[in-house]
Ligand binder design. Structure first.
Ligand code: F6P
Length: 485
């Protein structure tokens, strides 16, 4: 099997370099080991027609990383437009923030079609395609239109919301219908999976049996694959990282004070305003906690060209300055607020330093920060995870202190409870969470999905073909002889 993994963002970073995005950072070690070809955006755009869409192909572990310059004329409409101003808000149940023009939708479809044409280069007979995330909902259908018959799977890293919410996305029917060209569609949680199947049945009027949807494309298997991390590796990294200069400096600066930590992309789905309000409330309700605990909030800037993100950045900066102004002292800052990214190594050390991890999104596909915080803890004296019940991770990490991020008072009380939790209870909760992380590693996730994709393909081969025979278009392009692929 020749696995071809496709995502918008790819990772080239190493553990000591800052990395943006859960998906890219999570996939890097497993893709590296698997020998797969990882295809994604180079982060650059190119004007005009492209003879050779791949800007760079380089070795990645046992496989390769192939990066494309996406078409300049469509990039904005695709990334800032349809993907992140229509799909992202809808997938996170923020229909009020949906902004999409017809041009944005056309650009999104153009970029999906462009990626499909580029992928033909890797469409060997034994190829298996695995497409990641909401940037490429229509990529499977584009590949099928080009005659690709190999297995194609899709995994969504975000939530999939209720039917009515998806109904707020322009062209939602066309898009979901296109998704059914995938042989396997994976979601983070059972709720996401049920929401999707409910849409397919009610809005597309299609039959679903045992998680299999029958459509004009054939049979699509729909299942749950909660993404994990490598907890043992992360634990070793965290134990070592406490001597990293950034982490040592933080530790020295605390002077015996406790630390709570939040690490997020600066995104409205992360519940940052509510979290800051909860800390404000906690210091108001429990003045004794002033000077004894501070919050380190890292909020890495993200998608800055989109208005909703710029507004959030301004709102947060004002709110944090107000809270610091009211509760701070000449020698004490309640919230240390940083708008930059950190390497995995430094983050691991920061997580281990903090007695409380606050991961309180309003809605999140999984949230790997929650898992990393747990894995980074010192087993003899672990910290406490305060986790939103609306993060996918809450399904597994159910011995965290689960909170409703909309209930500020209760969040404030829960953070105070976390700070005073006795060691025996902290250990009991942490051990149960670690057991879950060990049972659902990123390696397991990767292997489970690929196995299920191969099974879905055999199932397709064994059943009546509903898909027309591929046209004789494939393979369309000659493979560049200077590369291995
Ligand atoms: O949640 C989906 C996701 O792909 C995350 O894995 C990642 O953190 C984020 O979106 C990346 O967004 P972007 O590539 O726009 O920075």
């Amino acid at each position: 099997m020749n696995l071809v993994v496709v995502s918008n963002r790819v990772a080239r970073g190493k553990a000591n370099e800052p990395m943006t995005g859960g998906l890219a950072a999570a996939l890097l070690p497993v893709v590296e080991k698997s020998g797969a070809i990882w295809v994604g955006s180079s982060g650059r755009v190119r004007e005009g027609a492209q003879k050779e869409p791949f800007a760079e192909i380089e070795a990645l572990g046992a496989g390769a990383l192939a990066m494309l310059d996406l078409p300049a004329a469509h990039y904005g409409g695709y990334y800032e437009g349809f993907a992140n101003s229509a799909l992202w808000p809808a997938l996170h149940s923020r229909t009020d923030l949906i902004r999409a023009s017809q041009e944005d939708y056309l650009s999104y479809r153009e970029v999906n079609a462009f990626m499909a044409r580029a992928l033909l280069r890797f469409a060997k007979p034994e190829a298996v395609f695995w497409v990641q995330d909401y940037h490429f909902l229509a990529l499977g259908a584009e590949l099928r239109d080009l005659g690709v018959t190999q297995p194609i799977g899709f995994f969504l890293h975000t939530p999939w919301p209720a039917r009515a919410v998806i109904g707020g996305v322009p062209h939602h029917r066309e898009l979901v219908e296109a998704m059914l060209a995938y042989d396997l569609i994976g979601f983070q949680t059972q709720d996401d999976c049920e929401n999707f199947l409910s849409y397919v049945q009610s809005d597309l009027g299609l039959g679903v049996q045992d998680g299999v949807v029958a459509s004009r494309h054939g049979r699509s298997h729909v299942a749950v694959f909660p993404i994990g991390i490598d907890p043992e590796k992360f634990a070793v990294q965290a134990a070592k990282a406490v001597s990293h200069p950034d982490v040592s400096r933080l530790r020295r600066s605390l002077n015996g004070e406790k630390l709570a930590i939040g690490v997020d992309r600066l995104d409205y789905s992360k519940g940052l305003v509510n979290r800051i309000n909860a800390f404000d409330e906690m210091w108001t309700l429990h003045p004794a906690l002033r000077r004894t605990v501070s919050l380190l909030q890292i909020a890495t800037p993200s998608r800055g060209a989109i208005e909703a993100y710029g507004n959030l950045q301004n709102e947060l900066a004002k709110l944090i300055s107000d809270v610091n102004g009211r509760h701070g002292e000449v020698d004490w800052t309640p919230i240390r607020y940083l708008n930059k990214g950190f390497s995995q190594t430094v983050l691991a050390g920061l997580y281990r330093t903090a007695q409380v991890g606050v991961v309180t999104p309003l809605h999140d596909g999984m949230n790997l920060v929650a898992k990393e915080y747990v894995a980074a803890q010192n087993p003899a004296d672990p910290g406490v995870l305060v986790l939103s019940k609306f993060a996918g991770a809450a399904n597994e990490l159910d011995t965290a202190l689960l909170v409703n991020p909309h209930d500020i008072d209760s969040m404030a009380r829960t953070i105070a409870t976390a700070l005073s939790m006795p060691l025996t209870e902290r250990r009991m909760r942490w051990e149960a969470m670690m057991a879950k992380l060990r049972a659902g590693t990123i390696q397991q996730w990767f292997a489970d999905f690929v196995d299920a994709l191969e099974e879905a393909q055999s199932d397709k081969a064994a059943t009546e073909p509903l898909v027309p025979e591929p046209p004789t278009l494939w393979p369309l392009r000659s493979v560049n002889s200077s590369t291995r692929f």
